[in-house]
Design a binder for this molecule. Structure first.
Ligand SMILES: NC(=O)c1ccc[n+]([C@@H]2O[C@H](COP(=O)([O-])OP(=O)(O)OC[C@H]3O[C@@H](n4cnc5c(N)ncnc54)[C@H](O)[C@@H]3O)[C@@H](O)[C@H]2O)c1
Ligand SMILES: O=C[C@H](O)CS(=O)(=O)O
Length: 490
């Protein structure tokens, strides 16, 4: 367990990765004051980070605008080379990056290691994509006309990201942006800026040109967001976070007709049909519901189980979760770290209280952990119904509500009855059922007989009020490119 910055630094092979300054124009700089970063497992301050106010944010944007002009002139292959070096440095420093991530966010070290590899995979993938940004020629509309289409970088991209994946949510944006020839200004979540400044240290070492990649930590998110939206040098806003904040940013971005990518909130259904492999479904539900302590946008928020297998599934899920451990993410064998803060604990408690008041039964957990702080018992409730809060609101914590259903049409209607449309999951064997349900679920992502869908190779994103655009896959780079049509008279 950690007590001070000194102790955290002592855990690192390369203590210089614990960087408290901002990274602007290729320099590590102080801000206008600092803000505290705490370890959620203990509540102690592990760093005091440079607080970058709006004038310095504007300065970072200006540096990015200047650097982007030359960066865009690099060939795709040249950009690929330096991005590959960045990837190699991330993987060579995976353990230190994971320790820093767990210290500031709380997830178990094994999950943090996984996030570093996942985050780095976007840099690796888009380094390769940098060489494949193809234009096209189109047969002219008149004998003397020649039509050419170019794909060119959009310019300066600004990002605002959440605390729950403080590494991967940045690299999932910076990878395609830099590969496309854009410059990038990242504002990490104030709760978890150290993962961002650590990859800035590695970007500098990789030889990414000064001003191409910038990190501007700040305590005042809305001020930074306003600068990003109002500064005409920014041509792309890429946001990952709640739908509520996404709406605010889209309204602000409208004034400069800013292109936006939005990766927003979810409320994922997880459906178990009576022909499912129940043991596989239990394993998938645990990974899908309890990864990152339930604090992911794609976590199962509602678990629907067909009547004929409901009792078996509930009993097996309870038996499996009972064996899992709560504790400090830096300790060995931990499955559940702390929740990010007291507000997160309150939300889980509110959802449990609402459900039990409306007839649900707690069959496991239901209370804060005896460890105190923001540790909370993994919780399973049965008798869940659609009038309960978790049916419409993202819990973002270790609460698994089990709903009973009778048939396919009923559960598809229940699953789709939400303003969200990010991830969904179901377990079944019958092929016609698999096709029908996968096609009728109104979500950007459908996991079939799996609870984990995260990969850099696929287009990740939501429909309805879960977002705009896709991150990952060859589609992911399109959001950082503009298409130019050249009509030439010969
Ligand atoms: N779709 C995805 O890929 C994805 C991934 C991770 C998290 N999320 C969603 O994010 C939410 C949890 O993360 P969170 O609590 O950090 O979300 P949040 O929306 O509260 O904050 C996200 C980021 O926006 C900043 N922010 C807050 N208000 C702002 C404002 N007015 N202007 C500019 N920036 C502002 C925050 O400081 C943070 O850095 C959940 O809804 C989750 O589903 C979505
Ligand atoms: O929390 C949201 C992340 O996007 C989760 S994932 O690891 O990318 O699936």
């Amino acid at each position: 367990m950690l007590d001070t910055t000194t102790e955290l630094r002592s855990l690192l092979k390369d203590p210089s990765l614990l960087e408290h300054r901002a990274y602007i124009g290729g320099q590590f700089v102080d801000g206008d004051g600092t803000f505290d970063v705490t370890n959620p497992a203990r509540g102690d301050v592990i760093a005091q980070v440079a607080d970058i106010k709006r004038p310095q944010v504007a300065g970072a944007i200006a540096q990015a605008e200047a650097a982007q002009k030359d960066w865009a002139k690099w060939t795709g292959k040249e950009r690929a080379g330096v991005l590959r070096k960045w990837y190699d440095l991330m993987m060579a420093n995976q353990e230190d990056l994971a320790v820093i991530l767990t210290a500031e966010m709380g997830k178990p070290l094994a999950e943090a290691r996984g996030e570093i590899a996942y985050g780095a995979s976007f840099i690796e993938f888009f380094a390769e994509e940098a060489k494949r940004i193809y234009g096209e020629t189109i047969p002219g509309h008149q004998r003397d006309k020649r039509i050419t289409v170019l794909k060119q970088p959009i310019g300066v991209a600004a990002s605002i990201t959440p605390w729950n994946f403080p590494n991967a949510m940045i690299t999932r944006k910076a990878g395609p942006a830099l590969a496309a020839g854009c410059a990038f200004v990242a504002r990490p979540a104030e709760l978890t800026p150290l993962s961002a400044t650590a990859i800035a240290v590695l970007a500098d070492r990789a030889g990414i040109p000064a001003g191409v990649f910038n990190v501007v930590p700040s305590s005042n998110a809305s001020e930074t967001g306003l600068e990003f939206c109002e500064n005409n040098a920014v041509r792309k806003l890429t946001f990952t976070g709640s739908t509520e904040v996404g709406r605010i940013l889209m309204r602000q971005a409208a004034d400069t007709v800013m292109k936006c990518s939005m990766e927003l909130g979810g409320n994922a259904p997880f459906i178990v049909f009576d022909d499912a492999d129940i043991d596989a479904a239990v394993e998938g539900a645990i990974m899908c519901k309890f990864r990152n302590n339930g604090q992911t946008c794609v976590c199962a928020n509602r678990i629907y189980v067909q009547a004929g297998v409901y009792d078996e599934f509930a009993a097996k899920l309870k038996a499996a979760v009972e064996k899992m451990n709560i504790g400090d993410g830096l300790d060995d064998g931990i499955h559940f770290g702390p929740l990010i803060n007291a507000k997160a604990v309150t939300k889980v408690q509110d959802h449990i209280a609402d459900a039990t008041a409306k007839g649900a039964e707690v069959i496991l957990g239901g209370n804060p952990s005896e460890l105190g702080g923001t540790f909370f018992q993994p919780t399973i409730v049965t008798g869940a119904s659609k009038d309960m809060l978790f049916s419409t609101d993202e819990t973002f914590g270790p609460l698994a509500p089990l709903f009973k259903f009778e048939d396919e049409d009923e559960v598809i209607a229940l699953a789709n009855d939400t303003i969200f449309g990010l991830a969904s999951y179901f377990y079944a064997k019958d092929l016609s059922r698999v096709y029908k349900v996968a096609e009728e679920l109104e979500y950007g992502i459908v996991g079939v007989n799996t609870g984990i869908i995260s990969t850099e190779l696929a287009p990740f994103g939501g429909v309805k009020q879960s977002g705009l655009g896709r991150e990952g896959s060859h589609h992911g780079i399109e959001d950082y490119l503009e298409m130019k049509y050249i009509c030439m008279s010969v």
